[in-house]
Design a protein around this ligand. Structure first.
Ligand code: ASP
Length: 424
């Protein structure tokens, strides 16, 4: 049985276990406590940790290799510009789609909330601070704190220097390449835990989920879900066909694994190792491109998050009876696109940045309290979209740079695995 099938089974079993527990076991009882807050919680946290522990070393090592290779070939600038343009454009398209559909549907009209939760907004960083923060003061501190954009900047600079340092660079590059191979083996080992980890995360979620909130906010919930679906089923396939010249069905079949891990962990950051593994080993994107495009995308490209922010802004405006002007809509598109750069790739980070978007257009930040109740499930869905957006751009950029192996892309995962074990 392939790992993807096992992960899917883990997800289905987790869903069944969670729903069953909620229905038959008393939430105050010992059994519930031991299972939900004990076993499932510990299992889920261990899985997320086992992925997160790989992120910093993997991004550093793999990006140094990538940048050293690209620096030597002189392709770095073109690759960087293409990637950034694609990331910003897809996010702007996502949020425009969200605004248009939300304005048509009107999910916030006539909603009456009973007792509202309160929301204390954490101060969102300004755009200026976000941009300055890209350059690290101390790369070791950036790594210790897991500051992704700073690690990316340092790794890129180091990689470029390696490509220009002659014989010394060659020696150091070989060391990084060896470390990269070893880390890939480690990912392949740890990812085997995914079926169990996904089971625990989903079981815990479904045994604690408040369906009441979702019922109250059903229109908001389904508007966000519908726009996410539209983006994944129209925008990405169009890019894949028109610019990547590949079949979207094959792409999504192979992306099941990272998408499920993103869905269950709600963190594109924690999913980086699984996304990189899929993009490089199954979608046929070269290591040079994968190592640059995927970690950067996980950090700055959040189409799903932007979609939630677009719908949420319209919802909150309608709830308070405020009509958004055209200028306000354009402001939302610009701020949410820039905000996605500063949104951390962790659960619920999108809500923090929503505060920034709301402030820019003069809407009450407390409005976030309205949607908190349903954000958990939407966070899972949008994170899966965020991750598939990164992989789409990786394929398109790799194709345009001649760094794409079409045979690997078109070979079924099972056959790729069979080939790999034969060579071994
Ligand atoms: N959880 C999202 C991610 O990691 C960010 C967010 O929208 O909250 O991609």
């Amino acid at each position: 049985m392939s790992l993807t099938v096992k992960i899917l089974l883990g997800m289905a079993a987790g869903l069944a276990a969670g729903v069953l527990l909620k229905a038959v076991v008393d939430p105050g009882g010992d059994l519930y406590q031991v299972l939900v807050n004990g076993v499932f919680d510990a299992g889920g946290q261990l899985f997320i940790r086992s992925l997160t522990l790989l992120v910093v070393p993997l991004v550093l090592v793999s990006l140094v290799c990538g940048a050293a290779g690209l620096g030597a070939s002189g392709h770095m600038g073109a690759l960087g510009v293409k990637t950034l343009v694609l990331y910003l454009t897809t996010t702007a398209v996502a949020i425009t789609l969200a605004l248009v559909i939300a304005l048509l549907v009107g999910p916030g009209k006539g909603v009456h909330m009973g007792e509202m939760q309160t929301y204390e907004s954490a101060p969102a960083p300004s755009i200026k601070d976000t941009l300055i923060d890209i350059v690290p003061k101390n790369p070791v501190a950036s790594m210790a704190e897991g500051k992704m954009l700073q690690i990316i900047t340092f790794a890129l600079l180091l990689g470029i220097a390696i490509s220009r340092a002659g014989e010394h660079g060659v020696r150091l590059r070989r060391w990084f390449e060896d470390a990269n191979e070893v880390l890939m083996v480690l990912i392949n080992l740890l990812v085997r835990l995914a079926p169990l980890g996904v089971f625990c995360l989903i079981a815990k979620l479904f045994s604690t989920l408040g369906w009441e909130e979702i019922r109250k906010l059903i229109e908001y919930f389904f508007t966000v879900a519908a726009v996410l679906l539209l983006h994944v089923s129209v925008v990405y396939p169009s890019l894949l066909v028109l610019l990547g010249r590949v079949h979207p069905m094959m792409f999504f079949r192979k992306m099941r694994e990272p998408m499920i891990v993103a869905f269950s962990t709600s963190s594109s950051g924690a999913t980086i190792p699984v996304t990189m593994r899929t993009v490089e080993q199954r979608l046929g994107v070269s290591n040079n491109v994968t190592s640059f495009v995927v970690p950067l995308g996980a950090t700055i490209n959040m189409d799903g998050t932007a979609i939630m922010q677009g719908v949420a802004t319209v919802f909150i405006a309608q709830f308070y009876g405020i009509d958004l002007t055209f200028v306000q809509c354009v402001t939302v598109i610009l701020t949410a696109t820039l905000a996605s750069i500063g949104t951390a790739a962790v659960p619920s980070a999108g809500l923090v940045m929503l505060a920034m978007v709301l402030t820019q257009v003069g809407l009450p930040v407390e409005g976030i309290a309205l949607i908190i109740g349903v954000d958990r499930l939407l966070d899972m869905m949008r994170t899966a979209v965020n991750v598939s957006g990164d992989a789409t751009v990786a394929v398109v950029v790799a194709r345009s740079e001649g760094q794409f192996d079409e045979t690997v892309f078109n070979t079924r995962t099972e056959d790729l695995l069979a080939d790999a074990s034969e060579t071994r």
